[in-house]
Write a protein that binds this ligand. Structure first.
Ligand code: PAF
Length: 285
C-alpha cells in the first residue's frame, strides 16, 4: 500500500492507471476510520482494480464554532486498517496542498444544501462539494463510495455529479450500526459514558416512527413529534434536537403534510457537546 501526500503524484498515478485500463474507486474520508468506513472500502475493493482512500480533515466544511480543532485523528491506526482491507493508495494531503495561497474557487449545489444540516451549518455543503470535486479531479475515479448516514451529503453529491457531468458512479452504502443501534461515526468518540449509553435512543426513536408509519400513521408532524417524545423519555443527559424532518427519499424535498411517496426520516441531535445525525427509510412507497 502506498501513501501519497502530493497532488501531482496522486494525479499522475491515477492517469497512468486509467491509461493502462484499470478502473479506480475512491473512498473519501476524514480519517479516524470505523467499521462504516471499512465497509465502504470493502465495497470499493470488490468493484475496482485500484482502490484509493483519501484521509483529509477538510477545514472549509467546518463552521467557526465547530469541532475542526478537536476532530479525532489516528493516522497510524487508519493506515493499518486500510492495509488490512487491501486498499492500494492512501491520499493524505495537507490543507496547504489542497488549499494553497490564492485558492478562491468553490462548488455549490444550491437548493438541496439549504435544509436539514445545511440550515444549521451554512457553508458546510459548499466545503464538502468543493473538496470532493478536487478529490475527483485528483484521483479520476470511476466509482466513489459514500455512507448513507450522511443522507443529505450523498444527495448533494449525486446532484453535483449530474449537474457538472462528472463521469463517475456514486455508490451509497447502508449505515453500519453498533450492536445497540447507534450509527457508527468518528464523532461517537466524543461521547461521555452516560451519553454513549443513551445515544442508541436516537435509532430507537426513528425505529418507533417507522413502526407507527407501518401501522398507518402518515402525518409527518405526528411522526416527528413521536420521535421527539421518545427521545425525551429515553435520554436523561442534556441534549437538544437540531431537526427531525421527513423528506422524499428520492429528490430530497421536505414532506410537510402526509407521506405519500417513499420517505426518510432524518434527525440531528446535540447530545452534550456531540452532534449526532441519523436517518431511517420509513417506507418504500
Ligand atoms: O463524509 C465525510 O467524511 C466528508 O464530508 C467528506 C466526504 C470526506 C468530505 O470531506
Amino acid at each position: 500500500m502506498k501513501q501519497i501526500n502530493n497532488n501531482n503524484e496522486i494525479q499522475t498515478l491515477a492517469l497512468e492507471s486509467r491509461r493502462s485500463g484499470k478502473s479506480i474507486a475512491l473512498v473519501p474520508t476524514m480519517g479516524y476510520l470505523h467499521e462504516g468506513h471499512l465497509k465502504l472500502m470493502q465495497e470499493a475493493r470488490k468493484t475496482a482494480d485500484l482502490v484509493i482512500v483519501s484521509i483529509f480533515v477538510n477545514p472549509i466544511q467546518f463552521g467557526p464554532n465547530e469541532d475542526l480543532d478537536r476532530y479525532p485523528c489516528d493516522l497510524e491506526g487508519d493506515l493499518a486498517k486500510c492495509n488490512r482491507v487491501g486498499v492500494d493508495v492512501v491520499f493524505t494531503p495537507t490543507p496547504a496542498e489542497l488549499y494553497p495561497d490564492f485558492f478562491q474557487t468553490s462548488v455549490a449545489v444550491n437548493e438541496i444544501s439549504q435544509g436539514l444540516c445545511g440550515a444549521g451549518r451554512p457553508n458546510h455543503f459548499q466545503g464538502v462539494t468543493t473538496v470532493v470535486s478536487k478529490l475527483f479531479n485528483l484521483t479520476l475515479p470511476d466509482f466513489v463510495f459514500f455512507g448513507e448516514k450522511d443522507f443529505q451529503q450523498l444527495a448533494v453529491i449525486r446532484r453535483m455529479v449530474i449537474d457538472l457531468n462528472f463521469p463517475i458512479k456514486i455508490v451509497g452504502v447502508q449505515i453500519i450500526r453498533e450492536s445497540d443501534g447507534l450509527a457508527m461515526s468518528s464523532r461517537n468518540a466524543y461521547l461521555q459514558t452516560q451519553e454513549r449509553a443513551e445515544a442508541p435512543a436516537i435509532h430507537k426513536a426513528l425505529t418507533y416512527a417507522r413502526k407507527l408509519h407501518s401501522q398507518g400513521t402518515t402525518g409527518t408532524d405526528t411522526l416527528c413529534q413521536a420521535v421527539s417524545n421518545s427521545l425525551h423519555d429515553n435520554i436523561k443527559s442534556p441534549f437538544n434536537i437540531e431537526y427531525i424532518e421527513i423528506y422524499d427519499s428520492q429528490n430530497l424535498t421536505r414532506l410537510d403534510d402526509k407521506i405519500s411517496v417513499p420517505a426518510t426520516i432524518l434527525i440531528a441531535v446535540h447530545l452534550g457537546k456531540t452532534r449526532l445525525i441519523d436517518n431511517l427509510q420509513l417506507s418504500q412507497n
